[in-house]
Ligand binder design. Sequence first.
Ligand SMILES: [Zn+2]
Length: 211
Amino acid sequence: MKRIILLGPQGCGKGTQAKFISEKYEIPHISTGDIFRYNIKNKTELGVEALKYINDGNLVPDDLTNRIVEDRLKQEDCVNGFILDGFPRTIPQADALREMTDIDYVVLIEIPDEDVIFRLEGRRMCSGENCKDLIYNINTSPKPQNEGVCDRCGRGLYQRDDDKVEAIRKRLQEYHEKTSPLIDYYGDKVISIDGTKDIEEVTKDIFDKLD
Ligand SMILES: [Zn+2]
């Protein structure tokens, strides 16, 4: 069984690796964001309930999040395992998860804060209507051909507030505060992966450990 929890800061390449793991072991990538969106879009009982909190500007309570995750883990495609992404975030959620299922591995993609900042702080967006899908990165790639200018439409590029160093540091701090207790909680189930390597090497390291 490959019942996996995936941990790592934003910018560590978690989404990409989740996709590769999912394909290789034929297990679904379950992101809490996605299952919330699915339930809301399909107006399921759980989705309707979640929407009440969201519309009022409140956080969805743990109990409801737990039920949505539990509901997803009961689906047929989880028979060989799953990759959980974005859950659990807290010890009470980890306790709730323990009631639902066993976990085989916790894959922790590690990357120094300064690397995360370097990767995310370089992101630039275009303000053009037809360029919402474009993300440039002046520190990594794709870099715009001309500095500060969109390749597609020639408009000026800008940095989102979320991609400013202060905002990234704040999220990193939250990430560490929430993740450290989980790493202790799962103990020897945790597989540490060096996320600073190239994407292919990170994938290979993960597969080596999981095989
Ligand atoms: Zn543009």
